[in-house]
Design a protein around this ligand. Structure first.
Ligand code: 1Q0
Length: 211
């Protein structure tokens, strides 16, 4: 990434991920996550276990896109159709397709809900609000239910190492507090649209609990 992190970049990449007919381009969806991961890496090594997993999932999707069947991995919609029609998804327990695109993207999709809840808390926060609390509240409402105890524990420790609200507002690189809040609103509308489209698609295909 050439230029430094900004919320605008994240917003722009997720914007590019939405096609005219509301399909989601995997390439830009992944690019959005890459932006977020690079930001997380700048927070310190306490977060390495999280970014390693995110990078691993991004890599799995990139490999699928670069592979022989890459053309089927253009959008989330085409991926779901292709993998289901060709029985490339482990539906009840991990066996012959432990790293399907569908189950891999589902993990990022669940994390996107965390991001949505966290950014909404940041947007409506006051100077006294603690990022660690906002972060763990958002986590408990989303990802935590999918994580084993040991991961929840490690995640809790990492949250305590988060910088304060001021640094978050600065790092978003969007100007004054009011400008950040406005941009957060814009980003949230988009992130929640992308999340909802994926949620509906996965729900219709019974993919929301993939092992
Ligand atoms: C800045 C704070 C970062 C907090 C991130 C919260 C998410 C916690 C996730 C903990 C993941 C623990 C590592 C392993 C988990 C896996 O077991 C799990 C399931 O996968 P599997 O293969 O075992 O079934 N994996 C996941 O749930 C995927 C987790 C992906 C997390 C991606 C997080 C990317 C973080 C981005 C930083 C966002 C900064 C937001 C503020 C930006 C301001 C514009």
């Amino acid at each position: 990434m050439a230029e430094s992190f900004s919320l605008q970049n994240v917003l722009d990449t997720f914007k590019s991920s939405l096609s005219e007919n509301k399909e989601i381009y995997i390439q830009y969806y992944i690019a959005g996550w890459k932006e977020l991961v690079s930001f997380m890496n700048s927070l310190g090594t306490v977060f390495s276990f999280i970014s390693k997993d995110a990078v691993n999932k991004i890599q799995i999707l990139e490999n699928l896109q670069a592979g022989e069947s890459g053309s089927h991995y253009l959008t989330v919609q085409s991926m779901v159709k292709y993998e289901l029609e060709n029985e490339l998804v482990d539906l009840t327990k991990r066996s012959s397709h432990p790293e399907s695109g569908c189950r891999t993207l589902l993990r990022l999709h669940r994390a996107l809900l965390w991001l949505e809840l966290f950014l909404e808390r940041l947007r409506t926060s006051t100077e006294e609000s603690k990022t660690s609390v906002m972060c763990s509240d958002a986590y408990n409402e989303s990802l935590a239910q999918h994580h084993a105890w040991i991961i929840r524990k490690a995640t809790g420790v990492a949250f305590c190492a988060l910088p304060g609200r001021d640094s978050f507002f600065q790092v978003m690189n969007a100007g004054s507090e009011q400008e950040v809040v406005a941009l957060l609103g814009e980003a949230l509308a988009l992130i929640s649209e992308v999340h909802q489209i994926t949620e509906d698609l996965y729900g219709q295909n019974n993919l929301l609990e993939l092992p």
